[in-house]
Design a protein around this ligand. Structure first.
Ligand SMILES: Nc1nc2c(ncn2[C@@H]2O[C@@H]3COP(=O)(O)O[C@H]4[C@@H](O)[C@H](n5cnc6c(=O)[nH]c(N)nc65)O[C@@H]4COP(=O)(O)O[C@H]3[C@H]2O)c(=O)[nH]1
Length: 628
């Protein structure tokens, strides 16, 4: 029994010892765990503190302004925010609302932006204007994010000064929309405004007028007084025009000497309201001004179109006003012309011709007519002028005076001009091969062709392809194109001359020739303009000019061809004044190649045989006649 008790006690003791041991172990383990947890917590706290310090430093040192607003008022601002708003220190900004700082024009936007916030979502950057504390305005870019701070919604704002970028943007925008010389709106801005105005006028059933203005003879003033004087003139004219406008009107410069007025119709009961403004502008422009010590008076030609009657788009209105302006010029400059239905028909025709001209060469619709040039001593045909014709399949024959300017505008004069040179060389060679004596065929060069770098090579190519003697080709330069840019034209003429071709100046007497250049042109002939020839027997002044041109040409060793001779009297007078050659309906109209061959077969055309030359006594004939 004792031994069983003993055994039991011993077992109890063993179990108690084991329990104690287990408890001690547990105690030790939980102590360790506790210490590890404590350690971890301390580490986490340190990490958090360090991270907060880092973020605080980042916020403090951020180059962007950072502000926190709670319940609408700024409760935190960093140093950059103080700099941005011109505060001494960040604390100076505390208590302001974002609306206090927003510029008046942006307040509504800023108010909306501060409401339109979603928790923890960064809102897209907006660009607004804000006040600095000194009251000046700046442009800022601003990003916002809403978050909960002490159980309330707060907004964090990051802002940056973008005033310089905005200034540059404005400057670039101004450059893109304004003319650098006069500061007036340019064509881009004008088109924009016209489009806006059309939308407004359509909606409110209003009218307005567009006036296209071109300064008369600006080019001549620019060339003779110099470009600086030309610039001063343009600036003066721009100022004067602007000064005549009402606040609802505008003026734009859309080209060298081209301006457009945009005139609102403010008074519905007064249909002539615009015209008073237009009259004021015309009068202001033509007030004399002093340029380089010279008193200069410039006039202008105006064409006007009205919305909605003449056009419903900016382009159509400008086109109509432009067409009316051209008519005003034709009427003799310094005139105002309103657009009318006749002009509409002309515009429609122009658009049609522009479209069809593109295919005229391919469709073989172009052809050359030839007009003889006759020696006034012998009556012999000494040359031919090739004149372009366009046989339109539906509209019939179109005059070169109508389609050549179109070809120039559209950049088609190069292929067309090339075709003319090629065709004239081919035809001339064909006549020679058919047994006709050598003859020179003259071809007109458009001013645009003269600027093309490939012209000399092209002419050389045509001569060699057709094996035509270069002496049988003459190239006619217009007087104005030759005088426009003599420094380019003189070397070009020399290059062409080197090929062996002959050169002449067309329409001489109309293009304000500068004698200094004329003597340096390596030319062979001057063509006396038809406007003098037409009046040579009736107007002593035209005869005086013709006499002077003939005399000067002979002194320079040049031949003179009188253009557009139509009557016996003209021919006789020209013979008496020692003019070398004549061309005109008197001898023959320009005719197709087959008909021209019959003239060439004749060799000579009859000269007048009787009657005294009129006006012979007005200016004694002094120069000996020269051969052809
Ligand atoms: N009233 C009257 N007119 C006469 C008389 N004799 C000739 N004419 C016309 O006067 C113009 C003379 O040509 P232009 O001065 O070179 O003036 C030409 C020239 O500047 C241009 N042109 C013609 N063909 C060409 C060409 O192939 N290329 C270029 N670039 N221009 C050309 O077109 C202008 C007009 O040519 P066209 O209509 O053929 O008109 C021609 C001719 O038909 C006359 O006695 N009385």
């Amino acid at each position: 029994m004792d031994s069983r008790i003993e055994l039991y006690e011993r077992r109890l003791n063993r179990e108690a010892a084991a329990r104690k041991q287990a408890e001690a172990l547990l105690e030790q383990k939980s102590q360790e765990l506790f210490e590890r947890k404590l350690q971890e917590q301390k580490l986490a706290e340190t990490a958090l503190r360090e991270s907060e310090q880092r973020y605080q430093l980042l916020v403090e040192l951020s180059p962007d302004a950072i502000l926190i607003a709670a319940e609408g008022r700024i409760t935190y601002a960093n140093a950059a925010a103080a700099r941005l708003f011109g505060a001494q220190e960040p604390a100076d900004l505390l208590g302001y609302t974002m609306l206090n700082l927003a510029a008046p024009a942006c307040r509504a936007n800023v108010a909306a932006a501060m409401l339109d916030l979603e928790q923890n979502k960064v809102c897209p950057t907006v660009e607004e204007q804000a006040f600095r504390l000194d009251g000046t305005i700046m442009d800022i870019a601003m990003t916002r994010i809403a978050f909960i701070y002490r159980n309330k919604t707060a907004v964090q704002i990051v802002a940056r000064d973008i005033s310089e970028r905005k200034r540059l943007e404005k400057q670039l925008n101004h450059l893109a929309t304004h003319d650098a010389l006069t500061g007036l709106p340019n064509r881009n801005l004008l088109t924009d405004r016209l489009q806006q105005e059309i939308a407004y006028a359509r909606h409110h059933n209003r009218q307005f007028m567009v006036s296209f203005i071109d300064l008369d003879r600006f080019k001549w003033i620019n060339d003779s007084l110099g470009h600086e004087a030309g610039d001063t003139l343009l600036k003066t004219v721009s100022r004067r025009m602007s000064g005549c406008l009402r606040k609802e009107d505008a003026v734009a410069r859309i080209g060298g000497d081209e301006f457009v007025l945009f005139l609102r119709h403010a008074d519905k009961d007064n249909p002539y309201e615009h015209m008073h403004v237009v009259d004021r502008v015309v009068e202001a422009v033509s007030t004399p001004m002093t340029l380089n010590g010279h008193e200069v008076t410039i006039t202008c030609s105006l064409g006007c179109s009205s919305y909605p009657d003449d056009g419903q788009s900016a382009e159509a209105l400008l086109q109509c006003a432009d067409a009316a302006m051209y008519k005003a010029k034709e009427m003799g400059r310094n005139k105002i012309r309103l657009f009318d239905p006749d002009l509409r028909a002309q515009i429609d025709r122009k658009v049609r011709l522009e479209t069809d001209l593109q295919q005229a060469i391919e469709r073989d619709e172009l052809m050359l007519h030839y007009q003889p040039q006759v020696d006034l001593q012998s009556g012999r045909i000494v040359g031919l002028e090739a004149l372009l014709r366009w046989r339109h399949p539906e509209l019939g024959e179109i005059a070169p005076a109508e389609f050549i300017p179109l070809a120039e505008e559209m950049g088609l004069i190069m292929p067309i001009g090339a075709w003319v040179i090629q065709e004239a060389c081919k035809q001339n060679k064909a006549w020679q091969q058919a047994g006709f004596p050598l003859i020179r065929v003259a071809v007109n060069l458009s001013p645009k062709q003269l600027n093309h770098p490939g012209l000399v090579d092209f002419v050389a190519g045509c001569l060699s392809a057709t094996a035509l003697d270069p002496a049988c080709l003459e190239l006619e330069f217009t007087e104005s194109a030759s005088m426009d840019d003599p420094n380019t034209i003189i070397p070009l003429m020399h290059q062409l001359k080197k090929l062996g071709v002959s050169l002449s100046i067309d329409d001489f007497g109309t293009g304000y020739s500068n004698m200094k250049y004329l003597k340096n042109f390596p030319i062979d002939k001057l063509k006396l303009d038809g406007s003098f020839v037409r009046e040579i027997t009736t107007d002593p002044r035209s005869l005086a000019i013709a006499d002077a041109i003939i005399a000067m040409s002979h002194h320079l060793g040049l031949k003179v061809v009188a253009e557009m001779t139509e009557t016996d009297a003209q021919i006789m007078l020209l013979i008496a004044r020692a003019c070398d050659q004549a061309q005109g309906y008197y001898f023959s109209k320009p005719v197709p190649a087959e008909q021209c061959a019959r003239l060439l077969q004749m060799g000579c055309l009859p000269l007048p045989t009787s009657g005294k030359p009129v006006l012979r006594t007005l200016m004694p004939f002094t120069y000996a006649a020269v051969g052809n």
